[in-house]
Write a protein that binds this ligand. Structure first.
Ligand SMILES: Cc1cc2nc3c(=O)[nH]c(=O)nc-3n(C[C@H](O)[C@H](O)[C@H](O)COP(=O)(O)OP(=O)(O)OC[C@H]3O[C@@H](n4cnc5c(N)ncnc54)[C@H](O)[C@@H]3O)c2cc1C
Length: 497
């Protein structure tokens, strides 16, 4: 490593994904000088952005290092190092959590703990995040997520297959409703309703992601600067160990020291915890890296050879009838449509089935996600091996609930005519919804950050990404991360520099 360069700024935000990008946007809009430090670069706009074989078979955009699982088996995690972070590939489903997700809730297999703030306190920031990420959604409130303002845009219309599916589901006894989608769709919008949204990169920037909707607008204010291909490697404290003194980073083989008045770490739930553990920082509670959650998820593909699925953009409905109570006094989870899966994409897991069969099946299939909450467990955790590698130990702790949800959904799908339902359960590598490693709480002995994501241990350190979640809810996490980033900037002393 060559000699070190020194950089000084007011606030440094490490990571430009949902947490970091949104924090930087909110700070820059307030007039605060902010430096965004991102280990990746900008993703090129190229034809491969929309190529299922490049994205799903060849893994063109996967660029993370290997981590180890519970049994020390290496795997490549679902994290992506780019400007915009994981939101560059995400599915842009941006639902709120429900009011009860912020309260202590009894489940079949555990207790989902309360958050250090209420839904009511948080709700105005959901409205702001929905504006920033251009969320389309239904006019009626769903699953106890009461809105003080309507969604900024109406729910996306269903294409014919999904419209008919929604009618069949309703007849069978559940109540499908529009998905909350962050898409630049409608009058003047760029979205063309293609098949290459969920899991792909949007070549025409019409998916609301952290690069397009937060980082670029932050840079446009003139208050933010972006430094790419710069990996932060260590957090260094002052002599008293009370405050962060500077960050060490690497760029083009050079060491950089970054000095700021306030430090925001938004590397994603696992990587922020890993950086803190490697640095020996913010962990007087011994909670850093613990309580790792990622939901219990399965993708389902349902086939009915009497119905051809010609829809392009099928991710327009969910049903949440069993979200608050599955009928036995405890919550079950969510059913959500996902982007249309093409035959070649099925090949990534159905490796032995010939492609022509998968292509044929994909013409008659429809795909969805079923998702339920997992619970914070101190033994489900991130640690660092002696050689410096990330180890992610996790035993799913709400499988009974998941299997009950699966049984109900399968029964329903069969009832409405599907002859076969195939399941792909998520494994440790499919950890897109990672959260919980930097638990927020009021007690410094049992939590890592306070309700504003400020470290209990270090006054000038904020940890703003999925890590702060005290519980995972059973909804996609990104909107809640964005809303919290805006709330922290507006209500805490982060912007006072
Ligand atoms: C395929 C896929 C589909 C998804 N679909 C949805 C969905 O539909 N809805 C939803 O709500 N969520 C979805 N998610 C999850 C969503 O993307 C994440 O919840 C969200 O991006 C997490 O935000 P974050 O700020 O915690 O981390 P990220 O967005 O991952 O950002 C972390 C950033 O930190 C950077 N970084 C990491 N280490 C360093 C370092 N050492 N130095 C400098 N920079 C660093 C990374 O490069 C990255 O830019 C999906 C994710 C994937 C992968």
């Amino acid at each position: 490593m060559t000699t070190s360069e020194r950089i000084d700024t007011d606030v440094v935000v490490v990571g430009s994904g949902m947490g970091g990008g949104t924090t930087a946007w909110a700070l820059a809009k307030k007039g605060v000088k902010v430096l965004i430090v991102e280990r990746g670069g900008r993703i090129a706009k190229e034809d491969e952005n929309w190529s299922p074989s490049e994205v799903f078979i060849k893994g063109r955009y996967k660029n993370s290092e290997e981590w180890l699982d519970l049994n020390d088996k290496p795997f490549q995690p679902g994290v992506h190092y780019y400007v915009g972070g994981n939101t560059k590939l995400y599915g842009a489903a941006l639902p709120r959590f429900s009011e009860s997700d912020f309260e202590e809730t009894k489940h079949l297999e555990g207790i989902s703990p309360a958050w250090p703030f209420t839904y009511k306190q948080f709700e105005p920031y959901y409205c702001k995040a929905e504006e920033l990420y251009r969320v389309h959604g239904p006019s009626e409130d769903q699953y106890g997520a009461k809105k003080s303002k309507p969604f900024p845009f109406p729910a996306m219309e269903n294409e014919p297959y999904v419209a008919e599916l929604a009618a069949r589901l309703k007849k069978a006894g559940v109540n499908p409703h529009g998905n909350s989608m962050g898409i630049d769709f409608g009058a003047g919008g760029k979205c063309i309703r293609c098949k290459t949204c969920d899991g792909f990169i949007c070549k025409i920037d019409s998916k609301s992601d952290a690069e397009v909707n937060a980082v670029n607008p932050a840079l446009a204010t003139g208050n933010a600067t972006l430094m790419t291909h710069t990996k932060v490697t260590r957090v260094v404290l002052d002599a008293a160990g009370k405050k962060v003194d500077h960050l060490l980073a690497e760029k083009d083989g050079k060491e950089i020291k970054i000095y700021a008045k306030k430090y925001v770490l938004s590397l994603g739930a696992v990587n922020t915890a890993a950086l803190l553990l490697r640095s020996g920082v913010a962990n007087s509670s011994d909670q850093v890296g613990r309580n790792y959650m990622m939901h219990v998820n399965s993708h389902l593909a349902a086939i009915d050879f009497r119905r051809k699925n010609t829809d392009n953009f099928q991710k327009t409905i969910s049903f949440t009838d069993w979200y608050l109570d599955g009928g036995k006094g405890y919550p079950l989870g969510t059913f959500q449509m996902i982007g249309k899966v093409q035959g070649i994409m099925m090949k990534s897991y159905a490796t032995k089935v010939p492609l022509f069969i998968l292509n044929f099946m994909a013409k008659y299939s429809v795909e969805c996600l079923i998702m339920n909450e997992d619970f914070p467990d101190p033994n489900n955790r991130v640690t660092i091996t002696p050689s410096g590698q990330i180890k992610l130990a996790r035993v799913p702790n709400s499988m009974k609930t998941h299997l009950e949800l699966l049984k109900r959904v399968k029964g329903l799908l069969h009832k409405i005519g599907y002859i076969a339902v195939f399941r792909q359960p998520f494994n440790i590598a499919m950890n897109a919804h990672q959260c919980g490693t930097l638990k927020a709480g009021n007690d410094p002995k049992t939590s890592v950050v306070d309700q504003y994501c400020k470290s209990h241990d270090h006054d000038n350190l904020y940890l703003i990404d999925g890590g702060f979640f005290p519980s995972s809810a059973a909804m996609n996490p990104a909107l809640t991360i964005a809303a919290q980033a805006i709330r922290v900037v507006e209500e805490s002393d982060l912007a006072n520099v």
